[in-house]
Design a protein around this ligand. Structure first.
Ligand code: NAP
Length: 341
């Protein structure tokens, strides 16, 4: 079988498509024939050992997201059908409850070998079946970004009415999933982007209101204008240092900021009285557990009209390195998918 691996150096020169023996499933595992995989910005950073020690050791199979068809069962596996599709969960050893100090030690695509291979073994306990109505390409996207958005929205204040008002920032994978999942839960969504073209696409995906954050740097104030001066119930905060002040402004008293990313920098100044005087909550979100995946899949199983936003260009397996290198150019809208099977 073929697999992509970062071989002997942490760089795109070191990323190679190699031949390796096809594995056999061990006890409690199934062998997946991978059908499609999808990319996160993390995968691009991982090629350059962007997560330091947490990147793991070489050789490393990159990518955390993908879906495969079950083609063999390991000893003791009884309740999984051959031919069914399963999705390996992002952190393989986080089954539920607290994440704990081990953090991302069990994460696919670094430090554990990831999904960019024709066949992979996965423990039944660390993977979930995917709803029938998703194509392979769609199912392949339901891992890192989707579970993060799912858990970000789980922090909606209990006092929110009519599904609440959610603000999403930009058009990365987490934000698009947050928009789509929030709409599926009946929320009102205010979405931002630096591009008017992308704002039109956000509206087509269901955004109720959009703001160009380049043209309106005080977009937090604009959110107040769209919410009768009250602010949003929940902000899905991916920008970090560049956006936290506006996110704080956009969040209502007693509202929540789900802190997810740092595309605009990691070290921020925060006006603390705004947090405690108005009881605004800031909570860190770190992907999700197997139990979270099970809950998300059960929810999506009941949403046949839910289809993840995919970029128009689907790559073939040989094009995976090219696909990764397209990520920082930011020309895509929706998840970048690579077909494997
Ligand atoms: N905590 C977790 O578990 C977790 C999981 C997944 C990802 N993340 C993190 O979440 C962040 C987003 O990741 P991603 O994969 O969804 O997307 P991404 O590809 O890293 O995000 C790129 C998008 O961010 C938007 N952006 C950049 N600067 C912005 C700003 N100042 N204000 C608003 N939007 C801005 C841009 O949107 P426009 O082009 O539309 O302007 C851009 O397209 C990253 O920092 C990532 O590391 C965290």
């Amino acid at each position: 079988m073929k697999q992509w691996q970062i071989t002997d150096e942490w760089s795109f020169d070191g990323l190679k498509l190699v031949d390796v023996p096809q594995p056999e499933p061990g006890p409690g595992e199934v062998l997946l024939k991978m059908q499609a995989v999808s990319l996160n910005y993390r995968d691009y950073l991982m090629i350059g050992r962007g997560y330091g020690r947490m990147s793991g050791e070489l050789p490393l199979v990159p990518l955390s997201d993908g879906v495969g068809e079950v083609v063999a069962l390991g000893a003791g596996v009884e309740d999984v059908a051959l031919g069914s599709r399963r999705l390996p969960c992002f952190i393989q050893n986080w089954f539920g409850g607290d994440l704990g100090p081990a953090g991302f030690d069990g994460a696919l695509g670094g430090p554990l070998d990831g999904t960019a291979r024709e066949y992979m073994n996965v423990a039944v306990a660390s993977s979930v079946p995917v709803p029938e109505h998703f194509s392979d390409e769609e199912a392949a996207t339901l891992c890192c970004a989707a579970i993060t958005a799912w858990n970000a929205l789980a922090e909606m204040p209990e006092t929110a009415v009519d599904g609440g008002t959610v603000v999403t920032l930009g058009t990365g994978g987490v934000s698009l999933f947050a928009l789509q999942l929030a709409k599926a839960r009946g929320a009102r969504v205010i979405a931002t982007s630096s591009s008017d073209d992308k704002l039109a696409r956000l509206r087509a995906l269901g955004a109720d209101e959009t703001i160009n954050y380049s043209k309106t740097p005080e977009w937090g104030k604009a959110v107040l204008g769209l919410t009768d001066g009250r602010g949003a119930d929940l902000v899905v905060e991916i920008g970090g240092a560049d956006t936290i002040a506006q996110s704080m402004r956009a969040t209502r008293a007693d509202g929540t900021m789900s802190l997810i990313g740092n595309v605009g920098g990691s070290v921020a100044e925060i006006n603390l009285p705004l947090v405690f005087m108005f009881r605004k909550r800031m909570i860190g979100i770190s992907t999700g557990s197997v139990a979270d995946f099970q809950a998300m899949m059960a929810h999506l199983d009941d949403k046949p009209d839910f289809h993840p936003a995919l970029d128009g260009h689907i790559y073939d397996f040989e094009g995976l390195s090219e696909a990764l290198q397209a990520l920082p150019k930011g020309r895509h809208f929706g998840k970048i998918v690579v077909r494997v099977g």
